[in-house]
Design a protein around this ligand. Structure first.
Ligand code: ADP
Length: 774
């Protein structure tokens, strides 16, 4: 590439057409020449002092040699550096001198001669050119780096080029770029245009190289992976051949041995034997093998004939029930009767017990106590949200990943065929198109049928007749009637504050102290602290949150003890916040009802009832009634009725006749996230409104429930017991109830009946008389 002297290029030059490459000025290129006339052309050229010729690309390389070659107009004047002749062809080294335009073919014989015009390029430099040069060098180097066919020296050579035109030409000519594109660059005489085009071309090339590299790498990886897998598989085969068969035999022998030792009914044994035989014929690496293997494991592990021996000592059972449970006398009595009947007549299949009550009222712990008293295993499954019969009865083994249903799984977990088996949340099973799980449950619970319970997975029948099933539910109503008929319902209501204090002192605190690795002398709860936890940190019918909060206190004391703090910690009303943070509920009933327009109602919920505040307010407006707090339609109607009633009776109640003119009334029932419905808040909304309009606050510590009619009658409502318990929990001292609910008072525990004053009313006027004394 070194520069030679300045050539003087004549007007007429012999024309050498080339097929595959473009020669750029200053570049040296070897050219193979085969045609006799062109060899002659070169020989003649060599005779001239400058040894010059015109070189240009033929437009269509596929075409045969022609008399008059069809070449591009723009070509290169070249100087022949070297010439050597072989038998069929000659090889020359041609060096480009400068771009030329071919304007005319002047003769064809013996070889073409053309009239040319030299295309001189203006060499100059500016910022833009400089920048473009840097870009070209950068991209060029990247291409060289990626491309496996280019010598890395090119990266250094390109750096030595300082003329923009030459740089562009060199970049294009040294890369493996399509001839047509090279020709286009040759045709760019103007420097900036040439540089721009070269950049575009190089970027394209870089992209192509990158894709090429990625494809290559991918192909390489694929080949590597395939090869690796092939080798591994071959090795595996060899290993299996060496060991596999032996292992498999040992495994099958082991299974047969296990089967021999396992006690099971004959019909199950036959199935197991057959299945083991089948297993011995299946290839151990097949999917079928592991399916069969899992099935055999289930058959071998289920407690077909393993039972625990019952302890039917009734006195001991009573002690155990008392040890874990405060009060609950009715329930305990019924449980003891149940056990006594079992003792006297072991063949008698007693009813299935179902504990119904709010969470945390001791259902699970009673079940556990029954198991302990009898010396049986205890298992528990939750039926909540089960919609598919297969969850009870299992999936057929033809399904991938099939397993037995929850009943059989529970039995396996128990490890005996006569556990106490608790079916939790029986009120929460659903049904859909996949079959009715409750009908499968019926079979489980039916003593006439459950000695031969069939699980879809097991296929062989399992005898459930020795199992003691106990169900639990929060609510009675949603339990499907056929199921409910099979069971004897034992209701557990929520606990009063007094009971909770007692249970906390005698059961929960000692239990939590033990569970947290503390000693009784480490920690004392004052009664005030316990009450404060009950009142201000929990609001529940049961004991779950109380237990959790007491646990939280024990935990933080356990940390202190573990950190080496000595002595005894007392938890009092005053320092409770240190352990539990700010109270979660406030009991400021008095404060809330101190303004006119607020009344306390009682609502029933599946988790045990609660009190709610109804607030009413009046503002300028256009006679509309606004209701908020996620109220259902029935509740909205109650509000309308209350308002209409008050409008009709305004005068006799001492309310301004025209209160509704030019005003809007808004009734809100807070705790808005909980949807509320039902007619039982009628009297509460009416009282709140009356209080607002009479401008007198409602008596504090008074709660009420009852449906109201347009004519002012108060009709009975449901859930009285839970509502009253909730009211008592919240510190309510007086309750207004519909007269017709009188009979429900019998269900309310004695101590609560004594602590609350009940007003039984049949008309709105009576209720208002009590709630808003004149
Ligand atoms: P459920 O199953 O009804 O939701 P749990 O049996 O889990 O409730 O009871 C919650 C906690 O309260 C348990 O620690 C339990 O021992 C305790 N508990 C419930 N009722 C009593 C009771 N009458 N006496 C003593 N502890 C009780």
């Amino acid at each position: 590439m070194e520069e030679r002297k300045d050539f003087v290029i004549p007007d007429i030059l012999p024309l050498l057409p080339v097929r595959d490459s473009v020669i750029f000025p200053k570049m040296v290129l070897p050219l193979m020449v085969k045609e006799e006339r062109y060899i002659r052309l070169i020989e003649d050229a060599l005779k001239s002092p400058e040894r010059l010729l015109a070189v240009s690309l033929v437009k269509d390389p596929e075409k045969e040699y022609e008399e008059v070659p069809d070449v591009y107009d723009i070509g290169t004047a070249c100087h022949v550096l070297k010439f050597s002749r072989g038998p069929d062809a000659a090889l020359i080294m041609a060096q480009g001198i400068s771009r030329i335009r071919i304007s005319l073919i002047v003769s064809v014989e013996p070889y073409p001669q053309v009239k040319i015009e030299e295309l001189k390029e203006a060499e100059y430099m500016d910022k833009e050119i400089e920048a473009m040069m840097t870009t070209i060098k950068g991209i060029y180097k990247q291409i060289v780096q990626i491309s496996p066919h280019l010598p890395p020296e090119l990266m250094h050579i390109i750096d030595t080029v300082d003329k923009p035109g030459t740089l562009a030409d060199m970049a294009v000519s040294s890369l493996n770029i399509d001839r047509k594109k090279q020709q286009q660059i040759l045709e760019c005489v103007e420097i900036k245009e040439r540089l721009k085009n070269v950049i575009r071309l190089l970027e394209e090339e870089l992209e192509i190289q990158k894709i090429g590299r990625d494809i290559q790498e991918k192909v390489k990886q694929d080949i590597d992976k395939a090869q690796r897998e092939f080798y591994l598989r071959e090795q595996l085969k060899a290993i299996q051949k060496e060991l596999g068969i032996k292992d498999e035999m040992a495994e099958i022998e082991e299974l047969r041995e296990k089967l021999k030792k396992k006690k099971m009914p004959d019909h199950v044994r036959k199935v197991a034997e057959k299945e083991i035989d089948r297993l011995s014929r299946i290839h151990p690496s097949s999917a079928e093998y592991s399916v069969a293997r899992t099935y055999i494991d289930w058959l071998l592990e289920l407690p077909w004939m393993e039972s625990t021996e019952d302890n039917l000592d009734i006195k001991r059972a009573r002690q155990i029930l008392d040890k874990y449970h405060y009060n609950l006398d009715k329930v305990k009595k019924r449980i003891l009767e149940y056990l006594a009947v079992r003792k006297l007549n072991p063949e008698h299949k007693g009813p299935i017990l179902c504990f119904v009550g709010p969470p945390g009222t001791g259902k699970t712990s009673l079940g556990k106590a029954i198991a302990e008293a009898l010396g049986r295993k205890f298992v528990r499954i939750s039926l909540g949200g089960i919609r598919d019969e297969a969850e009870i009865r299992g999936h057929r083994r033809t399904y991938v990943g099939a397993l037995p249903g929850r009943i059989i799984q529970g039995i396996k977990k128990a490890g005996s065929n006569n556990p106490v088996f608790m079916l939790d949340e029986i009120d929460k099973i659903g049904l859909d198109f996949r079959g009715d799980p409750s009908s499968a449950l019926l079979e489980v619970l039916d003593p006439e049928q459950n000695h031969s319970f069939s699980d879809h997975y097991l296929e062989v029948e399992f005898d459930l007749s020795k199992v003691i099933f106990i169900a639990t539910a929060n609510q009675l109503d949603p339990i499907p009637a056929p199921l409910r008929d099979r069971m004897e319902i034992l209701e557990l209501t929520g606990y009063t504050e007094e009971e909770k204090v007692n249970i906390a002192k005698n059961f929960i605190i000692p239990k939590q102290i033990k569970e947290h690795g503390l000693k009784e002398e480490n920690i004392q709860f004052s009664e005030g602290a316990i009450r404060k936890i009950i009142r201000e940190y929990t609001r529940e019918a049961g004991l779950r949150n109380l237990e959790r909060e007491i646990g939280a206190v024990c935990r933080s004391i356990a940390i202190k003890v573990a950190e080496g703090e000595e002595g005894s910690f007392s938890v009092t009303e005053e320092n409770l916040e240190q352990y539990l943070g700010k109270p979660k509920y406030s009991l400021d009933i008095v404060e809330r009802v101190s303004v006119p327009g607020v009344a306390i109602g009682m609502a029933w919920t599946p988790v045990g009832g609660e009190i709610l505040f109804v607030e009413a307010t009046i503002m300028p407006g256009e006679k509309s009634l606004v209701l908020t707090g996620q109220l259902g339609d029935v509740m909205k109607e109650s509000a309308q009725i209350a308002l209409s009633y008050l409008r009709a009776k305004a005068e006799s109640l001492g309310i301004r006749n025209d209160f509704y003119k030019n005003h809007d009334i808004h009734i809100h029932v807070p705790a808005g996230a909980i949807p509320k419905d039902g007619p039982s808040a009628g009297i509460t909304m009416l009282t709140a409104l009356a209080s607002l309009l009479m401008e007198k606050p409602v008596k504090p510590y008074l709660a009420m429930t009852g449906e109201v009619t347009l004519r002012g009658l108060i009709l009975p409502v449901g859930g009285i017991k839970d509502k009253v318990l909730a009211a008592a929990r919240s510190g309510i001292k007086e309750v207004i109830l519909p007269k017709e609910n009188k009979k429900d008072l019998d269900e309310i525990p004695e101590n609560i009946r004594e602590s609350i004053k009940f007003h039984l009313v049949s008309r709105v006027e009576e209720a208002l008389e009590i709630a808003i004394p004149r």
